[in-house]
Design a protein around this ligand. Structure first.
Ligand code: HEC
Length: 310
């Protein structure tokens, strides 16, 4: 009897060890205990925010309704046609957002006030509210995303409670600056290409040392080992789209081997945000982190990298 109990206890310990190993890189970013008792994975929440279809590997089972046609003509999901429903159960057509939260609220989570808003990239599918503001708890945010409202899809049809918990934990952690915020990394500027500029005050040397330690193993010492979107190196894509890449460095790239590149030992949200800025500033060096042969690059004087452009 007691031998049996010990065996199952050992099994349980082994299982917990596996789970904690599996959460690896993201572990440092996990928030404190959630109501269900298990810990939310903030970085995974960030990847779900970016692209839940990729992160959950649903590409074959959920094809979003095409934004280019008036018919509801995707496949999968609660309505079988690639739509999600709104809070009242009515199918929400895809107007170009593909049901991605980063499209509905932007890479900076600021909604209509932010980079996708009317003053900047002018995406007509962006929703007004900023997720960097407000006082909703993780539980309230998870409920809201689960059930949707007049404009927000009811994600409960495609995301489970663990997904919703991770997403809500991410939103609150960014809002409360326990992890990097977009305003640690860039400012919005109507006159800059893509309407953003990296913040001043970065340490590109520290960024380059961090890249050598944390990124080169996968991307190669110049960030050119494999192509991103067929034509981009990590240098070229970061120089033209730093407002997106900050979220990838902080949380990982959805559905890929790249998890959060930040560690608990990097410090609090502001310190980690500064490290993301340092990395992006280092990636502004076109010699150290060149474009691919078949790719293009930002021109001299480009405002996105600004003073960091080499
Ligand atoms: C474990 C391997 C691994 C590590 C470590 C890693 N990456 Fe990645 N990274 C990937 C993979 C795989 C992709 C996805 C490529 C794809 O699917 O197109 C990726 C994608 C990217 C992208 C493109 C994202 C996009 O929008 O498509 C950038 C930029 C990037 N990584 C930068 C970095 C930086 C900077 C670091 C270090 C701070 C880093 N990566 C660390 C494996 C890694």
């Amino acid at each position: 009897m007691s031998a049996l109990r010990n065996r199952s206890l050992l099994g349980f310990l082994g299982f917990s060890l596996l789970v904690s190993l599996a959460s690896g890189c993201g572990g440092g970013l996990s928030s404190a205990g959630s109501p269900s008792g298990s810990r939310a994975d903030v970085a995974r929440g960030g990847r779900l925010y970016d692209n839940w279809i990729s992160e959950k590997k649903l590409k074959d089972s959920f094809k979003p309704d095409s934004a280019k046609t008036p018919e509801l003509d995707g496949s999968g999901g609660p309505n079988g046609n690639g739509t999600l429903s709104d809070g009242s159960g009515k199918p929400l057509p895809n107007t170009g957002h593909d049901y991605r939260l980063k499209n509905l609220f932007g890479w900076d989570l600021r909604g209509g006030q932010g980079i996708y808003g009317a003053s900047y990239q002018k995406k007509d599918y962006v929703l007004a509210q900023s997720l960097l503001e407000g006082a909703r708890s993780e539980q309230q945010l998870a409920e809201w995303l689960k059930n949707g409202d007049a404009q927000v899809p009811a994600y409960g049809a495609v995301l489970d409670d663990g997904d919703l918990r991770d997403l809500a934990a991410f939103l609150v952690a960014v809002r409360e600056h326990r992890v990097p915020r977009p305003d640690d990394v860039f400012t919005l500027d109507e006159s800059a290409p893509k309407n953003y500029k990296l913040l001043p005050g970065a340490d590109p040397k520290r960024g380059a040392a961090t890249i050598a330690k944390r990124c080169s193993g996968c991307h190669g010492s110049q960030g050119t080992k494999f192509a991103i979107d067929d034509t981009e190196s990590i240098g070229s894509i970061s120089r033209s789209s730093g407002y997106e890449i900050w979220l990838k460095i902080a949380n990982g790239h959805p559905g890929s081997a790249m998890k959060s590149q930040l560690l608990a030992s990097d410090g609090g949200g502001a310190e980690r945000g500064k490290l993301v800025l340092d990395i992006l500033a280092a990636l502004c060096d076109r010699q150290a982190f060149p474009k691919l042969e078949n790719g293009s690059d930002v021109p001299d004087g480009d405002a996105r990298c600004g003073q960091y452009l080499r």
